[in-house]
Design a binder for this molecule. Structure first.
Ligand code: UD1
Ligand code: PEP
Length: 427
């Protein structure tokens, strides 16, 4: 199993290119199931998650042309050979559940295992299922699988989500593109990845209005066609590197950055005393520290445009070295503080009380062996390791490989002392 060895204390300087967004790419890949024509996605991130989904799509009969390391991926779902997505593949990743809606909408039936994903809470799929039922599907949940049928096709519906769900919004939108009549999604998620998915679907012939707002209206069409679509840049990756620079110190420009999608983080970083310059035309975000200690800042995670839960662990690592006490509230997932005890191994002072973490900044963290527990928790340990004195070893980094493309290469290029080791290297 691979680990990362980090010698902290090096300031970072230079440029970090931001990859395509994992959380957008996965739903865009699922969209290929809606059409018999090829869908070509560019700016695709090469990640364990996107490669897993490509394997699942191939199991269903999708022809995938995606050479190793390439950022262009061509998907052709002309002839599906199966509409059953098996447990062994779906359990690995939450977003693989999103193949259900497109297959149900195009073929009138689909059987998909209940999903896996990061262990950050219970993560039921009841809102997804309620949306399909409202669209006329018959559902049976049996032996860990959702069996869905809509023999005469899905029909448009008025769906009011009781709370905001990114996955359910995307899933209902995907299915509604081929339903008969109008679907209105109320209290829809407003994450930038939803607008990216809608843009791609519109370029395939879908009729969608309001994506990016809390009411999305979809007029179903009879069929969709192929398209070329560029995956949006990863705001979580960009935010993570911004915090790595803030924690380690230095001056870095993030290129191909999702300018405009990170306002809650930028606001928090500026309040902490970090210089943040976003240039929309150039697609860059410049991050620079002043040499002064960071100020403690409170954050509450919330659906977009609030502070993203996927940046909460990284912000906790940053606040571990700020001056004063910050309160971090996690409002989206009920079990997303697993990085706190690991950060404490490096000397962080964090008390967790329910959905609140009280972080009292220390002057210096000290390197230690730590273990990654989920994707964003893992990268928070990398950030802390970059800021710490001495050597930190982060083990179980297969979590990191799910969502960060060439992490150690990108960080080394700006001066970080970080390298990947495998058990064989250790002898
Ligand atoms: C692959 C992907 O894009 N993952 C992202 C997506 O996850 P995901 O789409 O799973 O997150 P949701 O927005 O759906 O989850 C929000 C909350 O709603 C709950 N819920 C959700 C659906 C449902 O049917 N019932 C229910 O109770 C969840 O348990 C959670 O507490 O959005 C999250 C919130 O921004 C991010 O942290 C994840 O990185
Ligand atoms: C929680 C995440 O992913 P998933 O929803 O696939 O578990 C994430 O990207 O931070």
């Amino acid at each position: 199993m691979d680990s990362l060895k980090i010698i902290g204390g090096q300031p970072l300087s230079g440029e970090i290119p931001i990859s395509g967004a994992k959380n957008s790419a996965l739903k865009l890949m699922a969209a290929c199931l809606l059409t018999a024509e090829p869908v070509t996605l560019t700016n695709m991130p090469n990640l364990a998650d996107t490669r897993f989904l490509s394997q699942l799509l191939q199991t269903l009969g999708v022809e995938v042309y995606w050479p190793k390391g390439d950022s262009e991926c061509r998907l052709n779902a002309e002839n599906l050979t199966s509409t059953i997505a098996p447990y062994e593949q779906v359990r690995k990743m939450r977003a693989s559940f999103n193949v259900l809606g497109p297959m149900l909408a195009r073929y009138g039936h689909a059987t998909v295992s209940l999903p896996g994903g990061c262990a950050i809470g219970a993560r039921p799929v009841d809102l997804h299922l309620q949306a399909f039922e409202a669209m006329g599907a018959d559902l049976l949940v049996e032996q860990g699988y959702v069996k869905a049928a809509a023999i005469h096709g899905l029909k448009g519906a008025q769906i009011v989500f009781p709370f905001v769900s990114v996955g359910a919004t995307e899933h209902a939108m995907l299915a509604a593109t081929l339903a008969k009549g109008e679907t209105v999604l109320e209290n829809a998620a407003r994450e930038p990845e939803i607008a990216d998915l809608a843009d791609c679907l519109i370029s395939m012939g879908a009729k969608i209005e309001g994506a990016g707002s809390s009411t999305i209206t979809i007029q179903g069409v009879d069929e969709l066609h192929g398209t070329h679509h560029k995956v949006m840049s990863d705001r979580i990756e960009a935010g993570t590197y911004a915090m790595a620079v803030a924690a380690a110190g230095g001056h870095v420009t993030l290129t191909n950055a999702p300018v405009g999608a990170l306002s809650a983080l930028n606001h928090a970083l500026r309040n902490a005393g970090v210089k943040v310059e976003a240039d929309k035309d150039a697609g860059t975000i410049e991050i620079e520290t002043t040499g002064q200690p960071l100020a403690a800042v409170n954050v509450d995670t919330a659906p977009h445009p609030g502070f993203p839960t996927d940046l909460q662990a990284q912000f906790m690592a940053l606040m571990s070295v700020a001056r004063g006490t910050s309160i971090i509230r996690e409002n989206i997932f009920e079990n997303r503080f697993m990085h706190a005890p690991e950060l404490s191994r490096l000397g962080a002072n964090i008390a967790v009380r329910g959905s609140e973490a009280i972080v009292t900044g220390v002057e210096k963290l000290k390197g230690a062996p730590v273990m990654a527990t989920d994707l964003r928790a893992s990268v928070s340990l990398v950030i802390a390791g970059l800021a710490a004195q001495g050597e930190t070893t982060v083990s179980r980094i297969y979590h990191l490989d799910r969502g960060f493309e060439r992490l150690e290469e990108k960080l080394s290029a700006v001066g970080a002392n970080i390298r990947r080791t495998s058990e064989e290297d250790e002898g």
